[in-house]
Write a protein that binds this ligand. Structure first.
Ligand code: PA5
Ligand code: NI
Length: 190
């Protein structure tokens, strides 16, 4: 059966994608990744902030299709560590992806499957970041406004979160003296 062409509409200001399916991630969903465990506890004792949302266009998860979505990472930190996405590898490891930034300032951390190679790209309005096959990826909001980007990937790629849950990423993005700095992650497990 022939799949019918369709539009979705992306709001560059809010990141809304309509019609779309929204996923929400709160601090409690990603708490284990943050460096400062005490700060995480202290924040969660008071509130459970919304860290990011992903809004997917409804496309079949089948070979040949291109999945696409927007991601909105809200501004915030735990201690001096900026809010970020969980991060993942693709289950079909050898599938690439593109992140096109619409609004805000970010960093895109990418690592090779063994974590020996790590690259961090800047994300800014107009940047089209290429995530090559096999690289794990996590994005970080380093600004004071939402970081909004539009993603395109193979619809049958799948998300492997379990690996990153175990290893984390080799690098972290922190604020030091008002500057955005990238440092080695002391908790990274190979
Ligand atoms: O497919 C992607 O890489 C993105 O759409 C991400 O899924 C999105 O940015 C949210 O990140 P994560 O899936 O790591 O929670
Ligand atoms: Ni991806």
């Amino acid at each position: 059966k022939l799949f019918r062409p369709f539009n979705v509409v992306v709001d560059f200001e809010t990141g809304d994608l309509t019609p779309g399916k929204k996923i929400t991630r709160y601090l409690s969903d990603i708490q284990h990744f943050f460096l400062d465990k005490e700060k995480v506890k202290a924040v969660l004792a008071k509130e459970n902030p919304l860290v990011y949302e992903v809004i997917y266009a409804e496309v079949p998860e089948e070979a040949g299709h291109l999945a696409h979505c927007t991601t909105i990472i809200y501004p915030g930190k735990v201690g001096n560590e900026f809010f970020f996405t969980k991060g993942h590898l693709h289950e079909k490891l050898e599938t690439a992806e593109i992140y096109f930034t619409l609004k805000g300032q970010g960093r895109l951390i990418m690592a090779s499957p063994d974590g020996e190679e790590c690259e961090v790209l800047e994300m800014f309005p107009g940047s089209a970041s290429y995530i090559p096959p096999c690289w794990s990826h996590r994005s970080v909001n380093v600004g004071g406004e939402p970081l909004i980007f539009y993603c395109i990937f193979f619809a049958d790629a799948g998300h492997d979160y379990a690996t990153i849950d175990k290893t984390g990423f080799p690098k972290v993005v922190l604020e030091r003296n008002g500057e955005v700095v990238v440092e080695n992650n002391p908790n990274w497990k190979k």
